[in-house]
Design a binder for this molecule. Structure first.
Ligand SMILES: Nc1ncnc2c1ncn2[C@@H]1O[C@H](COP(=O)(O)OP(=O)(O)OP(=O)(O)O)[C@@H](O)[C@H]1O
Length: 258
């Protein structure tokens, strides 16, 4: 379980997050949506131990995130896929696992690449792959690492809408088959609703014209929605009345706070 208790994070004088508390159950898919600059990435990075709390704490199964990270229990997938350009798709998938001191399991990596639609591209370098394919490699890498928790920051942000929808369906399938806990940051309300068991709305404008104090309006969770859509979900959900209603609810919470 991921536990965030009374978390505040400041960068110098700028308070990016204020008093955020939340629990995420094992196997849950939680989405975090909010406007640019409200602190979503800061929250995700702090959960992952890439930023330190100013006050409050984060734990992963009772351990500090740094410990979970050292044990390869956390997998990161960012907008910028961070693949190593000189390595093939297959080597990119196996590399992190080897770095974590595990057997690189190339057969497992090939299978994962095949299930993410990259059969035949194992030897391709990142420059030879499309944006969507690179993100598939980055996702396969995080799953191959054996991480229990996937922390995803706008992983489909650079992709066209059709590829984005395809990738959303794909990530749900991988999540279902691998039973990971996923924390997924996005700007897109429909994406947040389509993917999540639960959607957290973060609002705030830490840097909006309050330069004199540097504090502005720190990011905080202003609303939380349990997403009541049956699973498994596929593209047909996008046209459903229940989907439209829940998107409207989340949008309403975002605009109420704007
Ligand atoms: N390393 C840093 N040093 C200083 N300020 C930072 C740093 N990282 C983020 N900030 C500031 O903290 C605030 C929250 O940023 P953050 O990246 O968490 O927001 P976000 O909601 O993820 O934005 P976006 O959706 O645009 O990625 C912003 O005002 C940002 O300028």
């Amino acid at each position: 379980m991921i536990r965030v208790e009374n978390l505040s994070v400041s960068y110098g004088d700028l308070r990016a997050l204020d008093d955020v508390s939340l629990d995420i159950a094992d196997g849950e898919f939680v989405t975090i949506v909010g406007p640019s600059g409200c602190g979503k990435t800061t929250l995700l990075r702090t959960i992952g131990g890439l930023e330190s709390p100013t006050t409050g704490r984060v734990s992963i199964d009772g351990d500090p995130p740094e410990v979970a990270q050292a044990d390869a229990r956390l997998g990161f997938v960012f907008q910028d896929h961070t693949l190593l350009p000189w390595k093939s798709a297959l080597e990119n998938v196996t590399f992190l696992r080897r770095m974590a001191g595990k057997d690189s399991d190339p057969a497992g990596a090939r299978e994962l690449l095949a299930t993410t639609g990259l059969d035949g591209f194992e030897d391709a370098r990142p420059a030879e792959l499309s944006g969507g394919m690179k993100q598939r490699v980055a996702i396969a890498r995080a799953i191959h690492l054996g991480a229990d928790v996937l922390l995803m920051d706008e992983p489909f942000g650079e992709l066209d809408e059709i590829t984005r929808d395809e990738m959303s369906v794909e990530i749900l399938r991988l999540w279902r088959e691998n039973r990971k806990t996923v924390v997924f940051v996005t700007h897109s309300v429909p994406e947040a609703v389509f993917l999540g068991d639960r959607c957290l709305v973060v609002a705030g404008a830490p840097a909006d014209g309050h330069a004199a104090t540097g504090n502005g309006d720190p990011g905080r969770i202003v609303a939380e929605f349990d997403i009541d859509l049956p699973r498994p979900r596929d593209e047909s959900v996008f046209g459903s009345e229940a989907f439209g209603r829940q998107v409207a609810q989340v949008r309403g919470a975002l605009h109420d706070d704007a």
